[in-house]
Ligand binder design. Structure first.
Ligand code: NAD
Length: 436
């Protein structure tokens, strides 16, 4: 079942009004799953999805057949790209931005005319429940179905034949998804994670740098796929930056971050335990306090970290920031190049030659110069990884494109009949070479 353009627009309008209607419950669910402050929950989850829907005011134009130039040999015909729905799409989403990461791809899949089955994460149960209610209100089941459950439900769904699978999650499950898709030759988009470096060069405005790093790292308690995972800072300015990071934390979350209403919680006890292990025997620059009963881990900085320790080889995905002093930018480039290509990279510097050097020598999904996370807030930029951080990208028009098949069509009439390409070829080759 492919959706017509007017059906797509109607369903997207109905999704928008369902989200608006459920807004208080969505905020409650995000607070229950992740302790998310309403400001963060609204901006990074609800309004993010509403903005993705808003971008689709251009959908009619994007979906129209697109004429492209032809060559002499197609004359007098015309060449066209027709964008058509792929068919049935499976979306598997994670728990860290459980609302946005389920619905942003869903908006793209519907905009392109597909039907969808969504399997949100079992680790954010309150939000997954609300997602199923929002979708039940907005769509008939045959257009969007929501399957609640864990790996068992995902495995059953993966055994079916789909026309596209869109997966957001970790590398381990990404491999399971791709293996299952290979059985049916189903195309996949994999939005994965990894360790996103943050580089600080000595010319940077350190006060602003500290503020932007603290914001991007500790937003959602560090449970952000594009959060700065670790810091490489030019050794000359390390002490000053650590001091400024401490000051900024106080400014943002007060003397006792546990009492701050603006700081979230770790999603569950298993992740709390996993993260707590990084703190054992570590040299703490700031933070370090934990409380299992409320799944609280303070915004924490680590010093004297070795490059081959677990905290520097595994994706942290929590509020722990290793800070490594590095001799110079060449050494930073060397460290990043020796590791898998990251999903995001951030570099702080006032020197445009250095930022251009970093952009040309390092490969990463996307990132910012002198900021963190904010590249995601522009739906005109494609979002996705490279190498082990993922394949394919979406947001805005890119979502529409990734869920569309581009059908190439040449339209000819019957007159005039140009016979040049037909045998007998005679000396047509000579003529052809002269013409081209
Ligand atoms: P995950 O890979 O554990 O789970 C993602 C989804 O896969 C969930 O719906 C889950 O139920 C399902 N799943 C789990 N085990 C499965 C199995 N054996 N077979 C089939 N499906 C299975 O990821 P997560 O813990 O929810 O999220 C954290 C990871 O996701 C991190 O690595 C993070 O970097 C990454 N992430 C990436 C992005 C991005 O946009 N690139 C965004 C958020 C999170």
């Amino acid at each position: 079942m492919a959706l017509s353009l007017s059906q797509r627009l109607d369903f997207l309008a109905s999704l928008k009004s369902s989200i608006e209607q459920f807004e208080p419950k969505i905020l409650e669910a995000l607070a229950s799953d992740l302790g998310r402050p309403p400001f963060e929950a609204y901006t990074s989850e609800i309004s993010f999805v509403l903005d993705e829907i808003k971008v689709l005011k251009k959908l009619e134009r994007w979906a129209a057949p697109e004429r492209v130039r032809g060559s002499l040999f197609q004359w007098p015909g015309s060449s066209w790209i027709y964008r058509e729905p792929l068919g049935r799409v499976l979306i598997l989403s994670p728990w860290n931005y459980p609302f946005q990461l389920a619905l942003a791809p869903l908006v793209g899949a519907l905009a392109a005319g597909n039907t969808v089955v969504l399997k949100p994460s079992e680790l954010s149960p309150a939000t997954s429940q609300i997602l199923s209610e929002v979708c039940a209100k907005a769509f008939p089941k045959e257009v969007v179905g929501v399957a609640l459950g864990g790996a068992d439900v995902a495995s059953r769904l993966l055994a079916e034949k789909w026309d596209h699978i869109f997966f957001t999650g970790g590398e381990r499950v990404g491999k399971i998804v791709m293996t299952a898709a290979a059985k049916h030759l189903t195309p996949v988009t994999l939005e994965l994670g990894g360790k996103s470096p943050c580089l600080v060069e000595k010319s940077a405005d350190l006060k602003v740098t500290a503020r932007r790093i603290v914001w991007g790292k500790f937003y959602n308690s560090g449970q952000t796929c594009v959060a700065p995972d670790y810091l490489l800072v030019e050794e000359e300015v390390e002490k000053e930056l650590v001091g400024l990071l401490r000051d900024t934390l106080k400014e943002f979350f007060g003397e006792i971050p546990k009492q701050s209403k603006d700081y979230g919680r770790i999603v569950n006890a298993a992740h709390f335990e996993r993260l707590s292990k990084y703190l054992q025997g570590a040299k703490i620059a700031f933070g370090g306090e934990t409380d299992l009963s409320t799944r609280f881990i303070a915004p924490t900085g680590l010093l004297d970290v070795s490059l081959d320790s677990p905290v520097m080889t595994e994706e942290i995905f929590g509020p722990i920031l290793p800070i490594l002093p590095v001799k110079d930018v060449s050494k930073m480039v060397e460290i990043v190049q020796a590791r898998p290509k990251p999903l995001a990279l951030y570099a702080f510097t006032k020197n445009p030659q250095i930022s251009e050097r970093i952009l040309s020598e390092l490969s990463f999904g996307g990132g910012c110069i002198n900021d963190t996370l904010m590249h995601l807030a522009n739906s005109r930029l494609p979002f996705g990884g490279v190498g082990t951080s993922g394949m394919g990208n979406y947001h805005g028009r890119y979502s529409f494109e990734i869920f569309s098949h581009k059908k190439a069509v040449l339209k000819q009439g019957f007159f005039p009949e140009v016979k040049f390409r037909y045998p007998p070829y005679g000396n047509k080759l000579k003529l052809l070479k002269k013409l081209s």
